[in-house]
Write a protein that binds this ligand. Structure first.
Ligand SMILES: [Zn+2]
Length: 167
């Protein structure tokens, strides 16, 4: 019961953005706080040792500006990130609105490729990789076309790359 699930139930990877200003260095702890304020709640009984300081976060992974992949909910716990598909999906969130750093794009590619390979741990059977907006009409998140990105060999669209900060 509750939010526990079998890894075999996971078929979909959903990519999000945090919708915070491009280039602003928000962290997974910030998102955890925002989600707590919205009433989200993790089931900490499910995996008490797993990131116990994050009590609300709805995503399974957050990719911060420096490319760090920060784990949120354990995969065995359904997320809280996409209406109708929380039970069968993994939620991955890029910090930013519609422009992400090269490091974030690189980490996203590596994470998506490793999670979608059934022969390597955690041995998932991912059939769909998409953006939030592809599952929930009316949303624009993550503000780029995930299918195009995949078709282009995970090359980020130029318009969605955060320009280098000039001193
Ligand atoms: Zn989203």
């Amino acid at each position: 019961m509750g939010n526990r699930r079998q890894l075999s139930q996971i078929t979909t990877m959903v990519i999000h953005c945090s919708d915070s200003p491009n280039g602003r260095a928000n962290t997974i702890e910030d998102i955890d706080q925002w989600h707590r304020e919205r009433g989200f709640k993790r089931d900490l009984k499910l995996a008490p040792q797993w990131q116990p300081q994050l009590t609300a976060i709805g995503y399974h992974f957050v990719i911060e500006l420096d490319g760090a992949v920060r784990p949120g909910r354990p995969l065995q716990e359904s997320g809280a990130h996409v209406t109708g598909h929380n039970h069968d999906s993994i939620g991955i969130c890029l910090i930013g609105r519609d422009q992400f750093t090269q490091e974030q794009w690189e980490s996203l590619r590596t994470l998506v490729q490793s999670l979608s390979d059934p022969s390597s741990p955690p041995h998932l059977n991912i059939r769909t990789i998409c953006g939030h907006r592809d599952l929930f009409k009316g949303k624009t998140c993550p503000n780029f076309d995930v299918a195009d990105w995949l078709l282009n060999g995970c090359t980020p669209p130029r318009a969605n790359i955060l320009p280098e900060v000039r001193q």
